[in-house]
Write a protein that binds this ligand. Structure first.
Ligand code: XUL
Ligand code: CO
Length: 445
């Protein structure tokens, strides 16, 4: 079977900001050094398997729209394993031509489900071996793997938080298998997005019990990680709702509180998705800042929502400003270690041609590259940090420090206030700072 699924024949190259070639990078120049590190090493960009290779454009109102010969059942004559292999050939052809460094997958993306757990596991293993060969041939690396614990009907009431321990056990087996597969492929992280770990109504739900179950599940995952020698991070991916009305991993702060309550805060970090942040009522940059301050920053799913749609539309990131503000926080926090930027993003349903996948990823990669350059320019200039430091100057004085070190009491501050002058208010200069950000974005080259 030919592996040429895409008419784009050669690798996508960097041509610079003035290029009009739609199939070239204008900003993503992988070897360009930014603060002594290559762009590729800063961004650690990944393409995801599920939206790009498993989804044909179907939505709740209609059938698939996209030209996806590797998934239409015709080329493979309806044989699910033959189809999985075609899909993998298409995916690795795409990754290679795009020149992206990493990929991410769910176990159910790469292999079909069989009639039993054992049969499914065997098919996953066969596809993992094949993926290992493709990785070896192409140099592509795995950013993370994850188990799909939400599509199969058995997970209607969740996996770890299911009222039935049989479902919990089945999910635990699936995660053990997928964690081992991820380890085998040299995965740099392992992600758990609680697909249906949440609830619809308290009329039938014991919330406290479900949280205890989830914690037990995660402790077992961590234990297994050490048992098999997996060196990557275990990451939870917060999302406030969808598919369930109340998802337990609402946002980074909720995940942090949960991890602390159950003694998991040193073992598990977060995978922050841009549009999950906005769905929870936060800015992307906020979620990153919360994660760094909690010491649980791990990785990012780079995508975008739609300001008028309150659901998870998973567009490719297009806003350089939004991503710049996120990259400022990422760089400030020290950047990625094992994490990276995964395009958990999909085409719009009318983008039906196969090569639309290139345009989407090129746009996303250029957006992130530009955001990196702008964020680095902002931080190197000190424009934001100097003004931020000045704002907190009072805390560096002897008086300010004495409050924080515990040398003062509420009563002491009470008597001090009796004679102290009214505090002097100073401007927060927000608009001036926004203009500074805009200027850096305009000027980078
Ligand atoms: C769902 C979502 C998932 C996770 C992995 O909203 O983002 O695709 O990234 O399960
Ligand atoms: Co995601």
């Amino acid at each position: 079977m030919s592996t040429e699924f895409f008419s784009t024949t050669s690798k996508i190259q960097y041509e610079g900001p003035d290029s009009d070639n739609a199939l070239a990078f204008r900003w993503y120049d992988k070897d360009r050094l930014v603060d002594g590190k290559s762009m590729a090493d800063h961004l650690r960009l990944a393409a995801c398997y599920w939206h790009s290779f498993c989804w044909d454009g179907f939505d709740i109102f209609g059938d698939g729209t996209m030209d996806r010969p590797w998934a239409d059942g015709q080329s493979s004559l309806g044989d699910p394993m033959a189809q999985a292999k075609l899909k993998m050939a298409a995916a690795f052809e795409f990754f290679d031509k795009l020149g992206i460094a990493f990929w991410c997958f769910h176990d159910r993306d790469i292999a079909p489900e069989g009639d039993s757990f054992a049969e499914t596991a065997r098919m996953v293993d066969e596809m993992v071996d094949l993926a290992g060969q493709y990785q070896a041939d192409s140099g592509l690396k795995l950013l993370w793997g994850t188990a799909n614990l939400f599509s199969n009907a058995r997970f209607q009431a969740g996996a770890a938080t299911n009222p039935d321990p049989e479902v919990f056990a089945n999910a635990a087996g699936q995660v053990a298998h997928c964690l081992e597969a991820t380890n085998k492929l040299g995965g740099q992280n392992y992600v758990l997005w609680g697909g249906r770990e949440g609830y619809e109504t308290l009329l039938n739900t014991d919330l406290g019990r479900e949280l205890d179950q989830m914690a037990r599940f995660l402790h077992m995952v961590v234990e297994h990680k050490y048992k098999i020698g997996f060196e990557g991070l275990i990451l939870l991916e917060p999302k406030p709702f969808e598919p369930t009305k109340h998802q337990y991993d609402y946002d980074v702060a909720a995940v942090h509180a949960f991890l602390q309550k159950y003694g998991l805060q040193d073992e598990i970090a977060v995978n922050i998705e841009v549009n999950h942040a906005t769905l929870s009522g936060h800015d992307f940059a906020h979620e990153i800042a919360v994660a760094f301050s909690a010491g649980i920053f791990g990785s990012v799913d780079a995508n975008a929502g739609d300001p008028r749609l309150g659901w998870d539309v998973d567009r490719f990131p297009v806003s350089v400003e939004e991503m710049t503000l996120g990259m400022v926080e990422i760089l400030r926090g020290g950047g990625f270690t094992s994490g990276g930027l995964n395009f958990d993003a999909k085409l719009r349903r009318q983008s039906t041609e196969r090569d639309d996948l290139f345009h989407a990823h090129i746009g996303g990669m250029d957006t992130m590259a530009r955001a990196l350059l702008a964020a680095s320019s902002i931080l190197n200039s000190g424009d934001l940090d100097n003004s931020r430091d000045a704002r907190y100057l009072g805390w560096t004085t002897e008086f300010g420090r004495s409050i924080l070190t515990g040398d003062t009491t509420l009563a002491g501050l009470h008597s001090r206030s009796m004679t102290a002058a009214e505090p002097v208010r100073v401007s927060g200069h927000q608009e001036a700072l926004e203009n500074i950000v805009a200027r850096h974005i305009e000027r980078i080259r």
